[in-house]
Design a protein around this ligand. Structure first.
Ligand code: CA
Length: 226
C-alpha cells in the first residue's frame, strides 16, 4: 500500500512517516501543496494524507483540483483548527475524512485503515478529452457517440494519457505507470498496445488524439492544439 503524505511541518511529517513505515506501508512525503498535487495526480497512491495549511497551495484547493481531474484516491485531511467551517470546507472539497491536530497515532492509523478498506471513490465525474469520454466507474469509453470496448490495459493506458494531455509521456513512464515494471521500456508490448488503442479510439471522424513523439514516447492531443 502506497501512501502520499503532504505536510510542511517536518515533525508531524516524520511522526506520521515513521509510524506508517512501522506498519509496513510505503510512504512518500512532500512538503508543499503544488508538489503534493503533482505527485497525487500520478495516481499511484492508495491514500493521500493532506495537511490543510500548506505553503504554495492549501489542502482544500489541492483536493478540489484532484477531484476535478478525476483522481479518486481517498484523502484524509489534517487540520490544526477545530473550527467546524474548516472541516466542512475540507469535506466539501472532496476529502473523505479529517483529523484535527494534535492527534494520537492510533486514531490516525484507524482512519487510514478505514479509508484503505473503502478504496477509491466511485462517485467521480467522467474524464474528458475533446469528444472522448472515459467513464471510470463503468470502465467504459465513448467517442463520436459510440461505445468503445477496451481491454483493462488499454483503458489504464488511455486514462494515463488523458490525465496528462499535451505532455509527452516517455516509454519508461508508461512501462512504470501502466505495466508496473512488468515489462521493459524497450518492449514492443507498448507499441502493440498503443497501436490497438489507436485503432479503437482514433477510428472514424475527428482529430487523431494519440500521437507519436518520435524517439520520445506518446502524447495525447491537447484541446488547444491545432
Ligand atoms: Ca501545515
Amino acid at each position: 500500500m502506497r501512501i502520499l503524505v503532504v505536510e510542511d511541518e517536518r515533525k508531524v511529517a516524520a511522526f506520521i512517516c515513521t509510524g506508517l513505515e512501522d506498519e509496513t506501508y510505503s510512504v512518500e512525503v512532500v512538503p508543499d501543496g503544488v508538489s503534493g498535487e503533482e505527485a497525487a495526480r500520478r495516481g499511484v497512491y492508495d491514500l493521500i494524507v493532506l495537511d490543510l495549511m500548506l505553503p504554495g497551495r492549501d489542502g482544500v484547493e489541492v483536493c478540489r483540483n484532484l477531484r476535478a481531474a478525476g483522481v479518486r484516491t481517498p484523502v484524509l485531511m489534517l487540520t490544526a483548527r477545530t473550527a467546524l467551517q474548516e472541516k466542512v470546507a475540507g469535506l466539501d472539497s472532496g476529502a473523505d475524512d479529517y483529523l484535527t491536530k494534535p492527534f494520537a497515532f492510533e486514531e490516525f492509523l484507524a482512519r487510514v485503515r478505514a479509508l484503505l478498506r473503502r478504496g477509491p471513490r466511485a462517485d467521480v465525474l467522467p474524464l474528458r478529452c475533446a469528444d472522448l469520454v472515459l467513464d471510470r466507474a463503468r470502465l467504459r469509453v465513448r467517442r463520436h457517440g459510440r461505445d468503445i470496448q477496451l481491454t483493462h490495459r488499454e483503458f489504464v493506458l488511455l486514462e494515463y494519457l488523458v490525465r496528462h494531455p499535451g505532455q509527452v509521456i516517455s516509454r519508461e513512464e508508461l512501462a512504470e505507470q501502466v505495466w508496473g515494471h512488468e515489462i521493459d521500456s524497450g518492449s514492443n508490448v507498448i507499441d502493440v498496445t498503443v497501436s490497438h488503442l489507436r485503432g479503437k479510439v482514433d477510428r472514424g471522424p475527428g482529430p487523431q488524439l494519440i500521437r507519436t513523439a518520435r524517439g520520445h514516447g506518446y502524447v495525447l492531443r491537447h484541446d488547444e492544439d491545432p
